[in-house]
Design a protein around this ligand. Structure first.
Ligand code: ASP
Length: 361
């Protein structure tokens, strides 16, 4: 039996705070601790819940602390913009599904991230994009893989969910569906950025020099959003250009529901980033919910267990929000571009594991 979950047991916290969040000074820190207003929320749904919560990521990977100041500033600004957009929508009472779609769309349009404009190059020098969206209330889900002409793959994923009986459309079929739906289409040139082209050339030369290095992965900037809305519903969305130099037809974890993207109002919403093949093998996003469901783990413990015990060091990370508004930001790489906000007044943007002074960006 399909289950949808709307809890009548929750008391909503932070509704009064919510309005005050807009315009409040941005606190930008580097920590990843969950912010629970009532001190007992743990994602298992037994306590009170925050009125709304959101987490976003802009990819996990090897992010050296020597990253140029200008680049770091741009990432922080991009994440903050996306977080502010999501927060404002949630305060207005926008449904979770609309929030994750709009936030991810915005990040797809930002050339900084490896999704939509700015997607990485495949082995043959083109762009193939993957995206997924999932509604935690109904477990409806939609995804597209290897699309080549779609400006905003996350919105096409939503159309797959809402206008077809299917969950996943791929390749030419998905591009044809985009044509039928009349969504914005673009030439491959649209996705080009100098930065990604250079990364591609660099990796190609390295791969030619040493065949084994072809297996190494060029880090991230995939994007994702997870949200708890004021009605108590969860949603998740993820979008990516995949891995630099990926083989033709390669599909990662992002559009595989339960691997890179998952939402279920009973437990949590999850969006992943990292070595897609590992996330598929371990069904990571669903595994987080399964640990909460079957082992009664808190959101934080479930996320941490999958990232640090199931996966190997360097594989990637995930963001998750529980039905009580608790947030988990877990990764086993040197960094993960991430940001989180909630109705309790949390608003933070982080990159590395240890707190960084990112103020003034
Ligand atoms: N998980 C994505 C993929 O494997 C890439 C990433 O998150 O950086 O396609």
């Amino acid at each position: 039996m399909r289950r949808s979950a709307v809890s009548g047991r929750f008391r909503i916290l932070g509704a009064a705070l919510a309005a005050g969040v807009i315009g409040a000074a941005v606190s930008v820190i580097g920590g990843g601790a969950p912010a629970i207003a009532d001190g007992e929320g743990d994602g298992d749904g037994d306590g009170e819940r925050l009125a709304w919560a959101i987490a976003i990521h802009g990819g996990a990977g090897t992010i050296g602390k020597d990253v140029p100041d200008e680049t770091r500033r741009r990432y922080v600004a991009g994440l903050r913009r996306a977080l502010e957009q999501g927060r404002d929508l949630l305060v207005e009472g926008t449904p979770a599904l609309d929030v994750v779609e709009r936030v991810v769309r915005g990040m797809e349009d930002d050339p900084l991230f490896n999704a939509g404009k700015g997607a990485v190059y495949t082995a043959d020098g083109s762009h193939e994009l993957d995206a997924a969206i999932m509604d935690g209330e109904t477990l409806a889900a939609g995804a597209v893989a290897s699309v080549r002409t779609v400006k905003n793959p996350v919105s096409l994923a939503r159309l797959v969910m809402e206008r077809t009986p299917h969950v996943l459309l791929v390749g030419q079929g998905a591009d044809r569906f985009a044509e039928e739906m009349g969504v914005d289409r673009v030439e491959q040139d649209y996705f080009h950025t100098e930065r990604r082209r250079k990364a591609y050339e660099r990796r190609r030369r390295a791969a030619e020099r040493d065949e084994r290095r072809e297996k190494a992965r060029e880090g991230g900037s995939t994007v994702g959003a997870v949200v708890l809305d004021q009605a108590g519903h969860l949603a998740a969305a993820t979008s990516t250009g995949g891995l630099t130099l990926k083989k033709f037809g390669r599909v990662g974890d992002v559009p595989i529901i339960g691997a890179g993207t998952y939402a279920n109002d009973l437990f949590c919403a999850v969006s992943c980033t990292g070595k897609g093949e590992e996330f598929i093998r371990h069904g990571v996003a669903r595994e987080v919910a399964a640990l909460m469901e079957h082992r009664g783990l808190t959101l934080e413990k479930a996320a941490s267990s999958v990232i640090h015990e199931t996966l190997a060091e360097g594989d990637g990370g995930l963001i998750a929000v529980g039905r009580d508004g608790s947030i988990a930001l877990s990764f086993n790489t040197s960094g993960m571009f991430r940001a989180a906000a909630d109705a309790g007044g949390r608003f933070e943007v982080s990159i590395w594991k240890t707190p960084e002074a990112l103020e003034g960006d």
